[in-house]
Design a protein around this ligand. Structure first.
Ligand SMILES: Nc1nc2c(ncn2[C@@H]2O[C@H](COP(=O)(O)OP(=O)(O)OP(=O)(O)O)[C@@H](O)[C@H]2O)c(=O)[nH]1
Ligand SMILES: [Zn+2]
Length: 306
């Protein structure tokens, strides 16, 4: 059954701003409102020409200055610029449907929806992203997604990057949707021996309380239809597919750094359990490295590991 756009939440990009990053490229941070929850979901967009249709749509009575202030401009802002829809210095002009005010697609100014675009749908994880947590790999995944979108291809794995175009849809679904407070309680239950699945159930929550439909609506709003999805989570792939509007043309794996490089990434008992539960109990598409030749040699009296 093909989807109809009406069964998706309605999202509205409220503001977009250029963020010069410490990693090199500028990103364009988009803040969204929606008609499902009162959270500020985000899109971290790499590429000035990936355009939010809801942000760029013309609004009755607004001025060009209003458009520039909310971030609905083409090219680059500079002191003294007065027109949002034209960047004289770069020779770029946006055009709109006179009746509806919708942005018209033109290859010179707007990313082609038919391009295969590298996308990560990332759920907020305060502990992994801001508190140096070694309980999960969310922070590592977030950083790697940004690096992969910015680069042509990843040296270590040969995976083709986004070459400066792509999106991290950042959903405020902390704790797989149960919130930070309940996640902290889940951590205490895990320290008492439960795994991440059991802990959620013991707290009377679903194993995964997330819904990716807002993420889907944001991807569509950004004019992206062919997605190279950065994930190991099969549920995300199923939930993002949305024929004929969104097609997952490729699943790009997110292998924990420590699994391919002994001296890097996150190494802890907790994260081993976290990843093992994802594989064994949540069906994540991750293959634990199989040690074919043990490096442990046993001699008559002692066992030494080189
Ligand atoms: N309830 C609960 N949530 C956790 C735990 N550890 C991490 N999380 C949450 O799990 C979510 C991880 O989401 P993502 O980083 O999008 O990853 P994923 O859905 O597991 O799958 P990938 O796309 O393959 O990374 C975040 O919301 C974290 O806050 C835990 O022990 N319990
Ligand atoms: Zn996490």
């Amino acid at each position: 059954m093909t989807a109809t756009k009406t069964d998706l939440p309605i999202v509205q990009c409220i503001a977009r701003a250029r963020i010069p990053t410490t990693q090199g490229p500028d990103i364009f941070l988009h803040l969204y409102a929606n008609n499902r929850d009162n959270k500020e979901h985000l899109a971290i967009v790499f590429g000035e020409d990936i355009r939010s249709r809801s942000l760029f749509k013309r609004r009755p009575g607004e001025t060009q200055n209003d458009r520039m202030i909310r971030g609905a401009y083409v090219g680059k802002l500079h002191p003294g610029r007065t027109v949002a829809d034209t960047d004289d210095r770069l020779g770029l002009t946006l055009h709109f449907d006179e009746k509806t005010g919708d942005l018209l697609y033109e290859s010179k100014t707007t990313w082609d929806p038919k391009n295969n675009t590298l996308v990560r749908i990332h759920s907020e994880c305060y502990t992994g992203e801001n508190a140096w947590s070694a309980r999960c790999d969310c922070g590592e995944q977030f950083d790697r997604a940004g690096r992969l979108i910015a680069c042509e291809h990843e040296k270590e794995t040969g995976i083709i990057g986004g070459n400066g175009h792509g999106v991290i849809v950042y959903l405020r679904q902390e704790g797989r949707g149960i919130g930070l407070g309940e996640k902290l309680k889940a951590y205490n239950l895990q320290d008492l021996g439960a795994d991440t699945v059991q802990a959620n159930i013991m707290l009377k929550h679903p194993v995964d309380a997330r819904d990716f439909s807002i993420g889907k609506a944001i991807i569509m709003d950004l004019g992206i239809s062919n997605v190279r999805l950065l994930t190991n989570n099969p549920d995300k792939i199923v939930q993002v597919e949305y024929e004929p509007y969104i097609r997952c043309v490729e699943r790009v794996p997110m292998v924990p750094i420590h699994w391919t490089n002994e001296n890097a990434g996150i190494k802890s008992k907790e994260i081993e359990g976290y990843l093992r539960t994802k594989i064994e109990r949540m069906g994540h598409l991750l293959q634990e490295p199989i040690k074919l030749h043990s490096t442990t040699t046993t001699t008559s009296t002692t066992t030494t590991t080189e």
